[in-house]
Design a binder for this molecule. Structure first.
Ligand code: MSP
Length: 499
């Protein structure tokens, strides 16, 4: 059995998704970049744990099931099946898919954490009044609203006055500021770190941590008070540790995922999120952890949001793009390529089908796909003998790319990583043009073979590092190089844009 205890640890989490409609391309993006980082970490021989899942315990979901006149659990089971199929197609290699309705794994973690905060004296009862938007599942202040309407959902929030339990978030504001300033929790990119610090500068108030329980299914009841249900912070955020066994088996066993991947100074922990859930993750979650004496996450990576028609893509606005529609045109690997190479990881960006197709054609159909064909054709026609595995790790290219892999697992600049590899592919393409081995072969076949041999070695090294982005394609290419056979059909057929 593999000895994993000596290896470096890497724990990456995708947000757990709301099952209130089909996932759109923005959600697929979040899950895919997490997958690419997880695969990069495995390629770097780290012991890796990748978590994703579904955020099921919400009023929105109950409403959705009521609208459809079906039992909420039936609705959720169908949604999860569908989501698993999408993730299978996208080749998302998660180690666990957590469901917040899981009473064995998740609920004990939520209860354990609540009890810890309570023992610390950080939970108290009070009345809350304000405007509540069901779409956002949150209270809104006057300045969040435009003419009394929620700008994200176009609906008028309800005015609510109710008894809640509160969490003493304000008590931890200074500590959170310190851990963020000093990069104990490192926030990427710097601009988002500044945003959180400036938010903390303006002061934070205690937050409402429960809701009156009105019989909704799946709500986790507050320990010792059946009239209140745990609100989203105390429930959804806890998935990151409940999944590893916090509150259940995990804390007492040395080799449990919790002790290996979370409660371990040497484990690199990374939450990947979109900017819309930045405050929850960088202020509320760390405060809960400090209160409960639990280690903090080491990194929070905030990616931009994809926009369509100039607005944030959202199910409620109705401007979503379906990942399945795009995959029907350019395949799952085409979409993975687009996410890694063409979406600027730290910025918002407009996404259109046209853009996706032109990038696919240049980077894959004319790029990697074409180059693969040219190289294999030369290997076969010039009878080039290759022994790829031998010493392939000794080359400068391999060493440089290893450094770039390690750096990317530190700074998460996936675009730089991908662009470097695609530039290296272009360099081989250019070499074919300038060194013209196809002409040289007629006069000096040995020299031509040597050139092609070097090219194929470099190519093999580059695709080794492309594996996290295009796992299926690289496996197919390696098979063809090793068996010295041309692919029967193009790896990436050119796609015509619709007029
Ligand atoms: N359930 C909460 C997260 C709780 S984590 C403890 C949630 N769910 S969500 O389904 O609405 O969003 C899941 C993730 O998708 C979030 O990180 C969000 O930022 C991301 N995205 C939502 N829309 C997106 C785009 N248009 N573009 C990129 N990412 C997108 O929030």
């Amino acid at each position: 059995m593999e000895n994993t205890s000596e290896k470096k640890k890497f724990y990456i989490t995708a947000p757990i998704f709301y099952p209130n409609g089909d996932l759109h391309i923005g959600h697929a993006y979040t899950a895919t970049i997490c997958d690419i980082f997880a695969r990069m970490s495995r390629l770097d021989d780290r012991s890796t744990y990748f978590l994703t899942g579904v955020d099921e315990n919400s009023l929105k979901i109950q409403k959705k099931a009521d609208e459809l006149k079906i039992d909420v659990m039936d609705y959720l089971d169908v949604w999860v099946k569908k989501n698993e199929l999408l993730f299978e197609e996208l080749n998302i290699s998660y180690d666990q898919y957590i469901r917040t309705t899981d009473k064995i794994r998740h609920h004990p973690g939520v209860i354990a954490l609540w009890n810890k905060l309570n023992e610390k004296g950080d939970i108290y009862e009070n009345y809350y009044e304000g405007y509540y938007c069901v779409g956002c599942e949150g209270f809104k202040t006057e300045k969040d609203l435009v003419d009394g309407i929620c700008p994200d959902h176009g609906t008028k929030p309800d005015f609510i006055k109710e008894r809640n339990y509160f969490f003493k978030l304000s008590k931890y504001a200074d500590q959170i500021k310190k851990v963020i300033e000093s990069d104990i929790i490192k926030i990427f990119p710097q601009s988002r770190k500044n945003e959180v610090l400036s938010f903390l500068e303006h002061g934070v108030e205690d937050i409402s941590f429960s809701r009156p329980y009105k019989g909704q299914k799946n709500v986790i009841l507050v320990p010792g008070d059946k009239s209140q249900g745990v609100y989203v912070w105390g429930d959804a955020l806890v998935n990151y540790i409940s999944a590893l066994g916090y509150g259940s088996l995990g804390q007492d066993l040395d080799e449990s995922p919790y002790n290996m991947f979370w409660n371990n100074n040497d484990s690199q922990t990374v939450h990947v999120i979109g900017k819309d859930i930045l405050k929850f993750h960088s202020i509320i979650w760390p405060a809960m952890l400090i209160s409960a004496d639990i280690p903090l996450p080491k990194n929070i990576l905030i990616h931009g949001l994809m926009q369509s028609g100039g607005r944030k893509m959202s199910k409620t606005i109705g401007n979503t793009i379906s990942p399945t529609d795009i995959m029907n045109k350019i395949g799952a690997e085409g979409l993975r390529f687009y996410f890694a190479n063409n979406i600027p990881i730290f910025d918002d960006g407009e996404i259109t089908e046209d853009l996706i197709i032109s990038n696919y054609n240049s980077g894959l159909a004319n790029g990697l796909g074409n180059l693969t064909n040219r190289l294999i054709k030369m290997v076969i026609s010039y009878d080039v003998v290759i022994n790829l595995k031998e010493k392939f790790k000794d080359s400068e290219l391999y060493k440089n790319n290893t450094l770039s892999l390690k750096k990317t697992l530190q700074d998460f600049n996936i675009n730089e990583y991908a662009n470097t590899l695609w530039k290296q592919l272009s360099a081989i393409d250019n070499d074919i043009q300038t060194k013209e081995p196809f002409k040289l072969f007629k006069t000096n076949p040995d020299e031509a073979r040597k050139i092609v041999e070097q090219m194929i070695k470099d190519f093999y090294t580059i695709i080794h590092f492309i594996q996290p982005i295009l796992p299926r394609t690289v496996a197919v290419i390696v098979e063809h190089i090793e068996s010295r056979e041309m692919p029967e059909k193009p790896l990436f057929p050119k796609v015509e844009k619709e007029l």
